[in-house]
Design a protein around this ligand. Structure first.
Ligand SMILES: O=C(O)CCC(=O)C(=O)O
Ligand SMILES: [Fe+2]
Length: 234
């Protein structure tokens, strides 16, 4: 039985069943804001460990490995130029072959996330997002495809961003309207943090990074070059 209480987010992992241990603590930590104007309960399945990769050298190694694979596998890189984001995926056999070989440090942190009980199965897919050093980079509000499995984890690197989350509205609400909706939850994604999404936050909530300027507790967040390493089992 894995039993782990994580200091910053107070979650408990029992037999791989992750639960928010004390939502009251999670709701308004220094890193998570809950704007409960609509009287909705805090969503289940949101876990943030902002101290996941505390060693700066380890973080730098992860960044370098990700940059290297963008160069080595440049033919497989997809671009979302309007969002100032480039994307590279490894899945299944190519994950098993390439991630341990070209991204050993990143792989060790995927293992750490698995060993901490965040994933029931060892992840077999990785998506590396590389955002430009541009204040207008963004990641549109979305629910990750249902086919990607029950738990999606994400390591943030290089610079801080604010992730907005809100309840997925009915399908007649347009993407443009969704982008204007006020977030019900906001998460400060600092370099080296791990965000794990399962349960309600995974399937019933949208997440994204807005295009406009961001702030946290009144301080401007400088959107600079940023990487996110997303991984899951499907
Ligand atoms: O880069 C991020 O922080 C979010 C990425 C994301 O949600 C995705 O790739 O699905
Ligand atoms: Fe996503």
């Amino acid at each position: 039985m894995i039993q782990k209480i994580l200091t910053t987010k107070r979650c408990i992992s029992l037999k791989n069943q992750l639960r928010i241990y004390s939502t009251a603590v999670v709701q308004n930590s220094d890193y998570i804001k809950f704007n409960n104007t609509g009287q909705i309960p805090f969503p289940k399945g949101l876990i943030l460990d902002q101290n996941f990769i505390i060693d700066q050298q380890e973080r730098e190694k992860c960044v370098q490995e990700s940059k290297d694979v963008f160069r080595i596998f440049s033919n497989s890189v997809r671009g979302a130029t309007n969002f100032k984001r480039r994307i590279l995926n490894f899945h299944s056999k190519s994950f098993e072959k390439n991630v341990p070989e070209y991204m050993p440090t990143v792989y060790s942190f995927i293992r750490k996330a698995f060993e901490q009980g965040y994933h029931e199965h060892f992840p077999n897919t990785i998506q590396i997002n590389q955002y430009d050093d541009d204040t207008s980079y963004s990641c549109p509000m979305h629910v990750d495809a249902k086919s990607l499995g029950p738990t999606i984890s994400m390591i943030s690197l290089q610079s801080t961003a604010v992730m907005d989350l809100c309840v997925d509205p009915p399908p007649n609400v347009s993407q443009e309207e969704v982008e204007k909706m006020p977030p019900q939850v906001q998460v400060l994604l600092t370099p080296g943090s791990l965000l794990v999404m399962s349960d309600q936050i995974r399937y019933e909530w949208l997440h994204g990074i807005k295009q406009q300027e961001q702030e946290w507790n009144g301080s401007k967040i400088n959107k600079q070059e940023r990487q996110s390493i997303v991984f899951w089992y499907q």
